[in-house]
Design a protein around this ligand. Structure first.
Ligand code: DGP
Length: 116
């Protein structure tokens, strides 16, 4: 596990790196992805450092519950009426590149299934 001081998303939580924040809650913050792939592309993350969604659910389940509620709230706030895709990449082999768990909230266009 990366040390907090080395973790990009911990640095955003701590205010040491700039980000366009859209939510700041007790356990969770949300900010716009720097490389958006949909009209709404927001990352929702726990304030505490956990690597995967599995780790988060095991070690801080209240933060996972808050994270999912925030994802839904963002969809409504951005005019998508609760329609959104919530993606957790868990592991480098499936595309995780930042090892601080983050839910991608994607909305505002059609999505294919299965995902690529
Ligand atoms: P993943 O591949 O699932 O680990 O997604 C990581 C996402 O994080 C990717 O969509 C790009 C985004 N990202 C990486 N660095 C930064 C950053 O410094 N700021 C913001 N806002 N997003 C970032």
């Amino acid at each position: 596990m990366a040390e907090r001081t080395e973790c990009l998303f911990c640095r955003i939580v701590d205010g040491d790196l700039p980000a366009t924040l859209v939510h700041e809650g007790e356990r969770v913050v949300a900010f716009r992805d720097v490389t958006p792939v949909a009209p709404t592309h927001v990352l929702v993350i726990p304030r505490e450092h956990h690597v995967t969604v599995t780790d988060l659910g095991r070690d801080e389940p209240a933060a996972l519950v808050e994270l999912v509620a925030v994802a839904d709230r963002i969809s409504h706030a951005e005019g998508h009426a609760g329609d959104y895709r919530l993606v957790f990449n868990s592991g480098a082999a499936v595309g995780q590149s930042v090892f601080h768990v983050h839910g991608h909230v994607l909305a505002g266009r059609g999505f294919t299934w299965p995902p690529g």
